[in-house]
Ligand binder design. Structure first.
Ligand code: 6PG
Length: 218
């Protein structure tokens, strides 16, 4: 459920504000319990936000960073979300954070609940690795599989994926949906209208009770 909308005129301003909001939230969590967990998405959209966030002066040594989803490729691949995070987020001040990769890491499930989770959306209406036609889409959208991390393949996914399931993501203290561009705004509008979640799995997130802040710039 979209609870708040932050609309920007430029991507730079969005990245700065999102970085500030995430840093504030992580600091609040650290003050309350001494540590914080941030789960981020991959793809192309988050790079600028990652760079801004990496420069914020929060106690990064108390922060664990993990991924909402991962492509099952080696970290040497340009498609690897771990590689993206290492290169663009775990830099500058944020180099002191602990990274929790998803691949070959049975401990990764323990990073739930996240204090902050940032989601993206594809123009086919996927979020996380909840792709239309995903072979384990149902397992990814509910808790019936008994694990929070689901291995999933889908025609539009490029490669097999690992994704946190929707119930795990929905537990986050703060949830943001970060999308950019006119095309994705239209996709979001369509996703907000009636229709099956299997066709546009982002609908499952939008229809869940989890309060979401939308960040959008053209
Ligand atoms: C991934 C992501 C995915 C992403 C969207 C948007 O690994 O692919 O986590 O869910 O957020 O595909 O990707 P873009 O930012 O590249 O459009």
């Amino acid at each position: 459920m979209i609870e708040a909308e932050r609309i920007f005129e430029a991507r730079e301003a969005l990245a700065e504000t999102l970085a500030r909001d995430v840093a504030d939230e992580l600091e609040r969590a650290i003050e309350a319990k001494g540590k914080a967990t941030l789960a981020v998405s991959g793809g192309t959209t988050p790079k600028l936000f990652f760079e801004k966030l990496s420069a914020t002066g929060i106690p990064w040594s108390r922060v664990s960073v993990t991924l909402i989803d991962e492509r099952q490729v080696p970290e040497t691949s340009e498609r690897s979300n771990a590689r993206l995070v290492r290169r663009h987020l775990l830099q500058n001040k944020a180099a002191a954070a602990t990274f929790i990769p998803l691949l070959d890491n049975p401990q990764a499930e323990k990073s739930v609940p996240f204090d902050v989770a940032i989601l993206g959306m594809g123009s086919d209406g996927h979020t996380a690795s909840f792709f239309p036609g995903g072979d384990r889409l149902k397992d990814a959208l509910d808790d019936s599989a008994g694990t929070r991390l689901i291995a999933i393949t889908a025609p539009g996914a490029g490669e097999p994926r690992l994704t946190f399931n929707l119930p795990a993501i929905a537990q986050a203290g703060r949830l943001a949906l970060h999308i950019e561009g006119e095309e994705k705004r239209k996709v979001l509008q369509k996703a907000l209208s009636d229709g099956p979640a299997e066709e546009m799995p982002v609908r499952a997130l939008l229809r869940s009770a989890a309060p979401l802040t939308l960040y959008w710039a053209p």
